[in-house]
Design a protein around this ligand. Sequence first.
Ligand SMILES: C[S@@+](CC[C@H](N)C(=O)[O-])C[C@H]1O[C@@H](n2cnc3c(N)ncnc32)[C@H](O)[C@@H]1O
Length: 242
Amino acid sequence: MSLYESQSYLDQYLLFHYGSSLQIDPFQIFPESFLNFAKRSVTENLDTSKERLRALDLGCSVGRSCFELSRFCYEVVGIDYSNQFIHAAETIRVEGSVKYNSLQEGSQFNSYIAEMPEGSRPERISFEVGDALQLPERIGKFDVIHAANLLCRLSNPDHLLKKLPALMNEGGSLVITTPCTWIGEFTPMENWPKGSTLDWISTNLSGSFVLQNTQDMPFIILEHARKFQVGIAQASVWIRNS
Ligand SMILES: C[S@@+](CC[C@H](N)C(=O)[O-])C[C@H]1O[C@@H](n2cnc3c(N)ncnc32)[C@H](O)[C@@H]1O
């Protein structure tokens, strides 16, 4: 079974996407810039004052970035390989919230509620279980593509990068973030970048996209109340040329 179908990952990702600062960082030791990654990967990398038609969130997990995209994109398609992540995202979209548990220690859990962010537009969003490496033809083209911390979870990330030009309308914005955590469990070593991840993305996208911006984006995922996974995702923003 994929790790992303486990109960512990579902709980961790609901907290990661929807938890309050105090729930995610109970000892209040991390700066704000480490929190709310699934929101910041949209708001810090895209011009949210500019309305767009269609957005695609690949590897959307439990959906927070889709709710952020829905504030300025008229249609948002969120795709993830995990049935249970998409089920939770869809429950939040339809019912406005979902209950989950957050591991404190041993067999002690806190009960929390993940709530749809205020002001988001659920009627604009559709969540689908799907494979980013085998997107259906009917999916069409987009004005925004967001792929946060997905590349190094794919068996053949190169394949996705090569497909991106055909998925994007001219002038569209592509956001890729990755902590560059290449591990054989997800990506066979022969499919890892040979040099730096950013150079490899750039080589794959050159000719179709122009690099607009890069930034380092810290994030924390709470495993239990006293254990954190801290990462620094490398974000790059690309514009589809003509
Ligand atoms: C590290 S998580 C990142 C989730 C989310 N974008 C975020 O930033 O919190 C990777 C996500 O990619 C999904 N995923 C892995 N392989 C996939 C594939 N081939 N197609 C679509 N989603 C995939 C996983 O289920 C998981 O939700």
